[in-house]
Design a protein around this ligand. Structure first.
Ligand code: AMP
Length: 116
């Protein structure tokens, strides 16, 4: 098993876990880009949204609900936060195991620079 997030899910690599259940885990990003930067992953290996199946619908819904709970738990829900999912190469995805970034703790500003 080479996948770093599978290893975190299996407890083989340490992580600062915020929340975990039988299907989903949330842990602090190792290189935070905001005062709060948490990653939400499915325990099951899904490489990206582009690799997910119709049968993953409930699991992906649970990831979103976990993000909401993490934001409440870490005190960023009221003022707001940003959820990001990078997909494959052009999306800037570096770790090929589906994950949801939860970013907050400050005003993050406009999301996108001009594409041109
Ligand atoms: P992405 O570019 O969307 O694939 O994001 C991958 C994220 O995983 C980056 O923000 C990394 O800082 C983070 N990351 C990589 N390895 C670890 C790790 N062992 N523990 C926590 N976060 C990690």
């Amino acid at each position: 098993m080479a996948c770093v997030f599978c290893k975190i899910a299996a407890g083989e690599i340490p992580a600062k876990v915020v929340q975990a259940d039988d299907a989903v885990m949330a842990f602090h990003d190792i290189a935070p880009r905001a005062p709060i930067h948490v990653l939400v992953i499915p325990r099951k290996h899904i490489a990206s949204v582009a690799d997910s199946a119709d049968g993953d619908r409930d699991l992906m819904g649970r990831m979103m609900q976990t993000a909401r709970q993490v934001a409440e738990q870490l005190g960023i829900a009221e003022r707001g936060y940003r959820l990001i999912v990078n997909v494959r190469e052009h999306g800037g995805q570096e770790v090929p195991h589906l994950h949801l970034h939860v970013l907050g703790g400050k005003a993050l500003g406009p999301m996108l620079a001009r594409a041109t």
